[in-house]
Every structure is written in structure tokens, then in C-alpha cells.
Design a protein around this ligand. Structure first.
Ligand SMILES: *Cc1c(COP(=O)(O)O)cnc(C)c1O
Length: 395
């Protein structure tokens, strides 16, 4: 399709990225090949010199991967995208592309755990300075800017409180300091939030979550806004090697076709469920950007188109109540991850963070009754009934 970038997101979800095919295939096939034959010596030479456009080796470029990458680049409104083997491969490849020894990064303290760990345990050893800070408060970020600050990195909403960071403010601050803004847009995705329109320079996704949306792929992607920034990212990914494979690219590209439908259904369910939970006697508090009680409800309305499918809540009765909820709930799967068509529920204090001491958990804002829910596309009344019945057993 010509000028797919001018179409609405519904049409883009279905059609973007798909390649012209010699057999007329409507869907870009899985080119499950590691390498591509040259026509002759000169062709091989020209491909390597960049004089001919074509494929050489799948780590560098593959039609199925490229189709999916183009689709995500178009959905996010960026120049090009780079498919990675996981969300973490996208995070580490992006930061390796942007930072060298002596540089400084300011990062949200509520980022995905392994992202923070990568700064603390790996990048710092390479001589990159970092500060972790609450990026939802710009006044805490400003004083941390230094002459060597090259990157501000945020996730909005953050974890576990779903605090919203003002992406436009952060972009302005980054640019005034000669730095770039990276946004991990995994929680919202391009249907709900367009970080490039708010000034971000680089977007990262764990496509394991809503872009693929069916809990059957681990994958990530880096989306680059500007043409001149792109070659450095491609070179880093080629050399570090954390690429996605053709089959997973095919699955993600397939998932993207229903992204708008899935996200709208998930968001509608989540708003109803958050409202139900907020009024439930067994629930202490609910964090969901769509509730008027969320401290940045107005900012969320301004910055995003929809409030997402992630809900955090505190069950009354601490660890024991949390465990009872997990052991009695129907429909919801007890599992980490998020963004898929199936609803998932997780109780960090007894599950993912159970090995942490109570003091450390408190520091990380992991309270004893904290429950994280990712809402899927099931029937909303049945999800509410499942929560209501399980909560009644927590008393
Ligand atoms: C899951 C997740 C990641 C990491 O992605 P993987 O695909 O698991 O490597 C990064 N950021 C956020 C916000 C995530 O939820």
C-alpha cells in the first residue's frame, strides 16, 4: 500500500510492513533461511558495498523480520525499527548504541527490574554513570542533569504504582541538555501512547507483551525516530547479535493485525474492573490511570489515548490474603508478564519478590498485599465475578 503512514492506526495494524511477494502472498511468508545466495561475485560484492539492495545473512537482514520491523516503525511513527530477541536485548542494545565510558544516564527508578539491574551491574562497570530517580517528578530529574548526560530513560506508567511521567517535559529537558529521551512503551503501546509525538527519540518495546499479545513469543524492538540515528543502532545490533528470528517475527506481525481491537477490549475491561475493585471492601487501594483517584489522571488523559490494561491493588490482610486470592481465583492465570489476550494475576510478596527481605520489599514499594493484574479480552462480567468470589475468601 502506498503512503500507509497517512492511514489510521486500524488500517496500519492490518497492512503495514507487508512486502510485495513474487507469488502474490497476502501475508509476508516466513523466510526461514540463515543466508541468501548471491547471483555472482559482482552481486555479492555490490551487496556488501551497499550498491545493490538485497539480503546477505539473516542476522543482518531478513525479509520476514524486516516486514515486522517496518510494521512497528509505522505504528510508532518512527523512521525504522530493529527487531531483537527479547525486550531486554532491545534495552541493552539500545543503551550500548547510545552510551560510552564517561557518559551519564538518568533512569526512572520504577523501570522494569532487569533494566535497572543492567545499569547497576553492567553499564556501570563499563564506566557509564547513572542516576535512578522518580521521573514522574520533573523537579527531581532537573538537578541530576550533568554536562555528560546523554540519555534520559523512562517508562510510563511505571512499576508498581503506575505513576505517569510527563514524556513531553522529559523530552524538552533532555534536548535542552543535548541528551536523548528513550521511552519503554511496553505498557501502553502505539494504540494508547505515541512517545515520538511527545518528543521522545527512541522507543523500546518488549514485544513479548501486547504487540505480540498472545503469550507465545519472547521478543523486543527498538524504534528510531530519526534517520541519522539509525545506522549506529543497526551496527550495534548486528555486532552484539541479539536479533529476533523469522518465525517469531512472523508471529508478532500476525499479532499486530488485531492490536487495536485487543487493546481497546483490554482497556475497556480494565476500566470497569478497576472501578469495581476500588469499591470493594477487601481492597485497600487501586492504582489505575483511568480512575479519578489516580494522582496523574489528568496527565494520563492528556498524554495517552486510553489508560492501559495494567492494574495494581492492595488487598486487605497482607501476605496471607494475597495468597488466598491467588489460590482461589478462576479464569485469571497465576503468571508474570502482561499484555496478552488472557488475564494474568500476580502477588509479588509471595511470588516474584518472595526471596527479598521484607525491608527491601518495602523500599521497592512492594507492599504485602500488592497484587498486579494484566487484563485480557475475556468477558468482563465473568472477570469481575472471578475477582469478587476470590476476594470474598480473603477475609
Ligand atoms: C517484560 C518487560 C521488559 C523485558 O522484556 P522481555 O521480553 O521479557 O525481555 C522490558 N520492559 C518492560 C516494561 C517489560 O514489561
Amino acid at each position: 500500500m502506498k503512503d500507509i503512514r497517512n492511514y489510521s492506526i486500524e488500517t496500519q495494524c492490518v497492512h503495514s510492513g507487508t512486502k510485495e511477494d513474487q507469488y502474490g502472498a497476502v501475508v509476508t511468508p516466513i523466510y526461514q533461511t540463515s543466508t541468501f545466495r548471491f547471483k555472482n561475485a559482482e552481486h555479492g560484492a555490490n551487496l556488501f558495498l551497499g550498491k545493490d539492495d538485497g539480503y546477505i545473512y539473516t542476522r543482518m537482514r531478513n525479509p520476514t523480520v524486516e516486514a515486522m520491523e517496518d510494521a512497528v516503525a509505522i505504528l510508532e511513527g518512527g523512521y525504522k525499527a530493529l527487531g531483537c530477541g527479547s525486550g531486554m536485548a532491545a534495552v541493552t542494545t539500545a543503551l550500548h548504541s547510545m552510551l560510552v565510558s564517561g557518559d551519564h544516564i538518568i533512569c526512572a527508578d520504577s523501570v522494569y527490574g532487569p533494566t535497572a539491574s543492567y545499569l547497576i551491574n553492567f553499564l556501570s562497570k563499563l564506566g557509564v554513570e547513572y542516576d535512578l530517580v522518580d521521573t514522574s517528578d520533573i523537579n527531581k530529574v532537573k538537578p541530576l542533569i550533568k554536562a555528560n548526560t546523554k540519555v534520559i530513560y523512562t517508562e510510563s506508567p511505571g512499576n508498581p504504582t503506575l505513576a505517569i511521567s510527563d514524556i513531553q517535559e522529559l523530552a524538552n529537558l533532555a534536548h535542552s541538555a543535548g541528551a536523548k529521551l528513550v521511552v519503554d512503551n511496553t505498557f501502553m503501546g502505539p494504540v494508547c501512547q505515541k512517545p515520538f509525538e511527545l518528543g521522545a527519540d527512541i522507543i523500546i518495546h518488549s514485544m513479548t507483551k501486547s504487540l505480540n499479545g498472545h503469550a507465545d513469543v519472547v521478543a523486543g524492538i527498538i524504534v528510531v525516530k530519526n534517520k541519522e540515528d539509525y545506522p549506529q543502532f543497526r551496527k550495534t545490533l548486528n555486532h552484539l547479535g541479539g536479533v529476533i528470528d523469522p518465525f517469531n517475527s512472523f508471529l508478532v506481525h500476525r499479532g499486530l493485525k488485531t492490536l487495536k481491537l485487543r487493546i481497546e477490549a483490554q482497556n475497556a475491561n480494565a476500566l470497569k474492573i478497576a472501578t469495581f475493585l476500588e469499591n470493594h471492601p477487601q481492597v485497600e487501594w487501586v492504582a489505575y490511570p483511568g480512575l479519578a483517584s489516580h494522582p496523574q489522571h489528568e496527565l494520563s488523559k492528556k498524554q495517552s489515548n486510553g489508560f492501559g490494561h495494567m492494574i495494581a491493588m492492595e488487598v486487605k490482610g497482607g501476605i496471607e490474603a494475597g495468597k488466598k486470592l491467588m489460590d482461589n481465583i478462576q479464569i485469571f492465570q497465576l503468571a508474570v508478564s502482561l499484555g496478552g489476550v488472557e488475564s494474568l494475576i500476580q502477588h509479588p510478596a509471595s511470588m516474584t519478590h518472595s526471596s527479598m527481605s521484607p525491608e527491601l520489599r518495602k523500599q521497592a514499594q512492594i507492599t504485602d498485599g500488592l497484587v498486579r493484574i494484566s487484563i485480557g479480552i475475556e468477558n468482563c462480567d465473568e472477570l469481575i465475578k472471578a475477582l469478587d468470589e476470590a476476594l470474598s475468601k480473603c477475609k
